[in-house]
Design a protein around this ligand. Structure first.
Ligand SMILES: [Zn+2]
Length: 427
């Protein structure tokens, strides 16, 4: 490879800036809201037309039978492949095409994709249609500049990342699309920033804890047993022993932001007693002792921790309460769990993207780990593919916010990094 090719490639990307902006706008204008999973087929058809015209072979894959798949809201995924002139590695760019609800507080049209002062505004601009568009432009520019390359390029646009990825990457991984014999390098263009490489994510355990009581008239609570008071004892014990325990656990993983370098626990919800009535109910509540109280906990854990140990801490705490508190009865149910994932810093995709960032941006790349999970978990655990990172344009803090935006220059720079990565791995 010559430097001439490198400069040609960078020029190819710069020349496609208008195309990159239009592609991002077109993608944002397809409102792929999840839940429930709207317009998935439309966005796959749109990308299929685009990538077929660029010489890709396209497969549309519906995740039949996956969680949330239905005829009303089918879970459609796209996998596009372009083969080079000779055998070699396959580099796969995986983006999710779903976006979260709009929410309140917007000053621009969430699906208008307005371009203003070098930024495109709209739901999904940053998370992550800007990254998807950058990967398409990078691949098209690379194919134009280097038609005789070795190996293959794949681009996927997948469903349901925002709700666990079961109708998207998990399904594709189960069907063998991420098997290490067909894909060797995976880049997920999530909005981690154009100069940062995300190596992986912390682990997750969601569980529901229920305390049990006995219903009685609220004027004679001594005839019943309040599940809410029992839950109060659980919350008190969490404050007294569990939170300090978690605050003392620190990771060597480069997690951002800083606060996520320790184990964390959120109580997502609490509910006990009479259900909340509809807003149009004008009566008073009825006097009852609560016989059930439930909380949902969201425990994020570190690569140094073990899931069994994480669950064991909570079980031990609850058993401790049971030993000292008369009539304390509880149940705990697992809802969701993900093991932490972290790609090695010397993996080929990491060192290649790292060098490309230094060439394009003239600064050193930062390694980070995400506090929450994303589709890398399925590529790692189901696909068994370890050579995977997240790298893409956009500012992570803007994801899921009102007036979400992605910067045009950031997309152009990221596309350049992606194109140089292709040149290095397939050139
Ligand atoms: Zn995302």
């Amino acid at each position: 490879m010559t430097d001439t090719l490198q400069s040609r490639l960078l020029e190819e990307i710069s020349a496609r800036e208008g195309d990159l902006v239009r592609l991002t706008q077109d993608l944002v204008r397809i409102p792929t809201l999840n839940p429930p999973g709207r317009c998935y087929r439309e966005i796959c058809d749109f990308l299929s037309d685009r990538l077929t015209a660029s010489g890709f072979h396209v497969d549309l894959v519906r995740a039949h039978g996956a969680r949330a798949d239905s005829d009303a809201h089918p879970r459609w995924n796209l996998v596009a492949r372009h083969d080079g002139a000779a055998p070699g590695d396959c580099v796969h760019f995986n983006s999710h095409h779903d976006v979260v609800e709009v929410g309140h507080g917007w000053t621009t049209d969430p699906f208008g994709a307005e371009l203003k002062d070098g930024r495109i505004y709209g739901r999904g601009t940053c998370d992550m249609k800007g990254g998807l568009a950058a990967s398409v432009i990078a691949a098209e520019a690379f194919i134009a500049a280097c038609p005789d390359y070795h190996g293959a390029i794949e681009i996927s646009a997948t469903a349901d990342e925002e709700s666990g990825g079961y109708g998207g990457v998990a399904y594709l991984a189960e069907q063998g699309w991420f098997a290490p014999d067909r894909v060797q390098h995976v880049i997920i263009p999530e909005p981690l920033g154009k100069d940062r490489i995300c190596l992986g994510h912390r682990g997750v355990w969601w569980a529901e804890i229920e305390t049990k009581g006995r219903i009685a008239h609220g004027s004679m609570p001594f005839l019943g047993d309040s599940a809410i008071r029992h839950m109060g004892a659980v919350l008190e014990e969490m404050e007294r022993t569990l939170y300090p325990l978690l605050a003392g656990k620190h990771t060597e993983m480069p997690v951002v932001p800083e606060g996520a370098k320790q184990s964390t626990l959120n109580i997502n919800s609490i509910h006990g007693g009479e259900p909340e009535q509809d807003p149009d109910y004008t009566g008073l509540p009825a006097p009852c002792v609560a016989d059930r109280c439930r909380i949902v906990i969201d425990r994020r854990f570190l690569i140094e921790e073990d899931l069994a140990e994480v669950k064991g801490e909570v079980a031990k705490m609850l058993e401790g309460i049971k030993a000292t508190r008369p009539q304390f009865e509880y149940e705990i149910r697992d809802l969701f769990e993900v093991i932490p994932s972290m790609t090695e810093e010397d993996a080929p995709v990491v060192t290649t993207v790292q060098a490309a960032i230094e060439t394009v941006l003239h600064r050193e790349a930062d390694f980070v780990v995400s506090p929450g999970t994303y589709d890398q978990k399925h590529i790692d655990r189901i696909g068994r593919l370890k050579n995977c990172i997240a790298y893409g344009p956009g500012i992570l803090d803007l994801a899921h916010q009102p007036d979400e935006w992605v910067g045009v220059q950031d997309m152009v720079d990221s596309a350049k990094v992606m194109a140089l990565t292709l040149r290095e791995l397939l050139g």
